[in-house]
Ligand binder design. Structure first.
Ligand SMILES: Cc1ncc(COP(=O)(O)O)c(C=O)c1O
Length: 424
């Protein structure tokens, strides 16, 4: 007897996927059928604490009544409308996003990589406009080592790891990578040839690595000096995950372009590229577009997500719970020498371990204890929980990590100091 209205069992799904799907993912052998708050529930009714939230998507957790109501209500009115006509959703969402971000204009699409494509195209078009006005500016982009900006041909070209790019060569030409947080390298590689510099204020896939204030400030100054655009990719760090609407707001820097996606529409696909009025001069009707982007359903839900974050004061909650989580991870680092670094901001956190093998073992032992985390950049345990996470959930996860690390690296338990470790 199958529960929860499902019609297949896991083994059937696995067999069909193995035969019929393009093998792009190695899935964990769990069949989730529903979610409640910060928990996912599998086909056997087992509850899992979700500290990954669909890789940073399900910011309000699962089954939030505001999202369910917004979907129910809007779906009875309009789900899709072509971008040839007006509906209320894009205007409502643009009003909120421009106010939150300090930007002037918005373009809506369906995913992070599309938001990045829009940013890259806008940047090239803007440089073209400046050239037509007599300025000397080229077409090159600078991105950072260990960056991740997406999988389409433009954004993957600005993504650092060769394994994502090289099988698809030639990807978009004209991208150079700058050593992470190396201001001298940035200065050496920056010139009038550069039309845009791409930065994740906190690198996500790259291992939850915050860019330094000096690096961000240097990128802002250099780009300003030539008319190149500073593009902040906020797809993982944005919309409240660090405790501010945008992670760049932690740096007191205002970019020219920013991108959002993951949590924007509560789990429905929606991306946004926001930019200044100045950069927007480069775009005219017909130059860029999308069939699905900014549809009425996705926009109505996004407006609800933003209003709910505000009404439930979730930015403060993210800061408070994130500080607590960070502190508890730092305590754990004092006890376990295998934790070599604890970093991040708000509810975008990481504990880096001293070996990839151990990180793999810990992630899978957490899964056995029904806690979802993820390993990125080989050695980094990444935590991207829903914003509604409670301190009790943090304690539960820390207790599990503590006993797993004790079991997997027993000789290291009780290590006396955190000398040499960075727990900032
Ligand atoms: C910082 C960043 N940029 C871009 C992307 C690509 O987003 P999407 O998978 O929605 O295309 C991601 C996805 O993980 C991301 O973390």
């Amino acid at each position: 007897m199958l529960c929860y209205g499902v019609t297949m069992i896991l083994d059937e799904i696995k067999a069909i996927e193995a035969k019929l799907l393009l093998p792009t993912y190695e899935r964990n052998p769990i069949f989730f059928v529903r979610g409640e708050g910060v928990h996912l529930i599998d086909d056997k009714g087992e509850r899992y604490l979700d500290l990954l939230s669909g890789i940073g998507v399900n910011a309000l957790g699962y089954g939030h009544p505001a999202i369910e109501n917004a979907i129910a209500e809007q779906s009875t009115k309009l789900i899709h409308l072509s971008n040839l006509f007006f509906h209320e959703g894009q205007a409502q969402l643009a009003l909120r996003l421009t106010k939150m971000s300090g930007m002037d204009r918005a373009f809506f699409c369906n995913s992070g990589t599309e938001a990045m494509e829009a940013a890259l195209k806008l940047t090239r078009a803007y440089a073209g406009l400046l050239r037509s006005e007599g300025k000397t500016i080229g077409t090159k982009f600078l991105a950072l080592e260990n960056s991740f900006h997406g999988r389409t041909m433009g954004s993957v070209a600005t993504t650092y790891k060769a394994k994502y790019r090289e099988p698809f060569d030639p990807v978009m030409p004209g991208v150079e990578f700058v050593r992470f947080n190396d201001v001298d390298d940035l200065k050496a590689k920056f010139s009038n040839d550069v039309c845009g510099v791409l930065i994740e204020a906190i690198q996500g896939e790259g291992g939850i690595r915050p860019v330094s204030k000096e690096f961000m400030a240097a990128a802002r100054e250099l780009t300003k000096s030539t008319g190149a655009l500073l593009i902040c990719d906020e797809i993982q760090a944005g919309l409240g995950r660090t405790g501010k609407w945008f992670a760049y707001q932690q740096y007191d820097v205002q970019p020219d372009v920013t991108t959002l996606a993951k949590p924007l529409a509560g789990g429905l696909p929606l991306g946004a590229m926001l930019c200044t009025e100045e950069a927007a001069r480069a775009i005219h009707p017909g130059m860029h577009g999308t069939t699905f982007g900014g549809g009425p359903l996705a926009c109505a839900v996004a407006v609800t997500v933003i209003d709910t974050i505000e009404q439930e004061k979730l930015l403060d909650h993210v800061t408070d719970t994130g500080t607590y989580f960070h502190g508890r991870l730092a305590e754990l680092a004092k006890k376990h020498a295998a934790i070599v670094d604890v970093r991040g901001m708000g509810l975008m956190l990481a504990a880096e371990l001293d070996s990839a093998e151990l990180a793999k073992q810990v992630a899978s032992a957490m899964l056995e204890r029904r806690i979802l985390i993820n390993r990125t950049s080989e050695t980094v345990l990444r935590f991207l929980p829903p914003f509604i996470l409670g301190k009790g959930d943090v304690d539960h996860a820390i207790d599990a990590l503590d006993s797993i690390l004790t079991a997997h690296a027993p000789q290291e338990a009780g290590a006396a100091t955190i000398g040499g470790k960075h727990v900032g």
